[in-house]
Structures are given as structure tokens and as C-alpha cells.
Design a protein around this ligand. Structure first.
Ligand SMILES: N[C@@H](CCC(=O)N[C@@H](CS)C(=O)NCC(=O)O)C(=O)O
Length: 191
């Protein structure tokens, strides 16, 4: 039987793009990663026909068929490559809880985290407050904010994730990531 062809269109600085990459690595699926040049809006000719609705990465292309939206892709990977351990809990209630928190992160965390990079003044302060609230909610505790001191469970979870090859080899170089907001701020005239 011919081997599956798996292509992932991504952008290494994207938190959404990293999700299906980690899932593919965890499942040890062979795939071709193609970086999209999102800065400057230089999307490849493949991205638009593969994701005509949102025109966004990540797109997982399995034997020519596209799957869009990072969380849907993670679930697809989990269901498609069943020979490796499940990524989501098998218990329906636990599974629903995992989906709830992933959805919460998308709805509540992404916007303030993004705004921190692209706003200034009052808007920046409001974004910081919103982000702290979300992190406190995830942490399940309430105190003044410093992610190391005040979010030990989240930091501990992050450190445990970093010990997995799938995460360590997928996450982008931190120095490069820190350059990106600077570039965006310069383009927006904030710096
Ligand atoms: N809900 C989507 C969000 C994907 C998303 O926002 N992708 C951004 C990169 S972080 C993108 O492709 N932006 C390009 C654009 O908006 O034109 C998912 O989970 O996959």
C-alpha cells in the first residue's frame, strides 16, 4: 500500500501552527512541513485553495485532502493514527473537558496575548490585565502576577512539555520569536 502523503502548511511563530506539528510528532507520522511566509502577506499558491474559507495556517493536507483549524487537525490526527497513544483522553467527560479548555484558550488567551505585542498605552495595560486574569483562571489561583512565581502549575506543565521531543523539536527558537513582535511593532509604528 502506498505511504500516506502528509503535508503541513504552517508558520513557525504561530501557536496554532505548533499544535498539529506536536500532534504529528507525538504520533510519529512522517510529514512534510512547509513554512508559509505570513509576514508581508506572501502566502503560497497552495494555501488559498486548501483553506479558501479562512485562508489561514495551519492546514494539514492528508493524501491531497485539506483539514483546517488547529484543534480539528489535532483531533483528526488522533483519530487517524490510532496505533500510537491517544492525545486526548479516551473518557468522554475528560475529553469534553480537554476540548473546553482548548476552546477557552482560543477564545480568551489569544487576543490579549497578541495585543501585548501590537498595542501601547492604555490598550497595552488592559491587554496585560486580561492576560493575567486568563492565566490566573488556568492556574486556578489568585495573587499578584509574575508567571514563574504565580503560575507554577502552568510553568511546570510547560517544562514537562519541553521534555517531550515532539515539543522541544517543534517550538521555534525563542530569540527568533522575540524578534517577531519587535518587527510587528516597528511596522505598526509603535516603536
Ligand atoms: N482558529 C485558527 C487560527 C489560525 C490563525 O489565526 N492563523 C494565523 C497565524 S497565527 C494566520 O494564518 N494568519 C494569516 C492571515 O490571517 O491572513 C486555528 O486554530 O487554526
Amino acid at each position: 500500500m502506498a505511504e500516506d502523503e502528509v503535508i503541513l502548511l504552517g508558520f513557525s511563530a504561530s501557536v496554532f501552527g505548533i499544535r498539529p506539528r506536536i500532534a504529528l510528532e507525538e504520533k510519529e507520522v512522517k510529514y512534510e512541513y512547509r513554512e508559509e511566509l505570513l509576514v508581508g502577506n506572501n502566502k503560497s499558491p497552495l494555501l488559498l485553495p486548501m483553506n479558501p474559507i479562512h485562508k489561514k495556517i495551519p492546514v494539514l493536507i492528508h493524501n491531497g485532502k485539506p483539514i483546517c483549524e488547529s484543534l480539528i487537525e489535532v483531533e483528526y490526527i488522533d483519530e487517524m493514527w490510532k496505533d500510537k497513544a491517544l492525545l486526548l483522553p479516551s473518557d468522554p467527560y475528560e475529553r469534553a473537558q480537554a476540548r473546553f479548555w482548548a476552546d477557552y484558550i482560543d477564545k480568551k488567551l489569544y487576543d490579549p496575548a497578541k495585543k501585548i505585542h501590537i498595542t501601547k498605552g492604555d490598550e497595552l495595560e488592559a491587554a496585560k490585565r486580561d492576560l493575567i486574569e486568563v492565566l490566573k483562571m488556568l492556574e486556578g489561583t489568585y495573587f499578584n502576577f509574575s508567571i514563574e512565581a504565580e503560575g507554577p502549575k502552568i510553568v511546570g506543565w510547560g517544562n514537562r512539555c519541553m521534555q517531550r521531543d515532539s515539543v522541544a523539536k517543534t517550538l521555534p527558537d525563542q530569540r527568533k520569536i522575540l524578534e517577531l513582535p519587535k518587527l510587528i511593532r516597528q511596522r505598526l509604528g509603535i516603536e
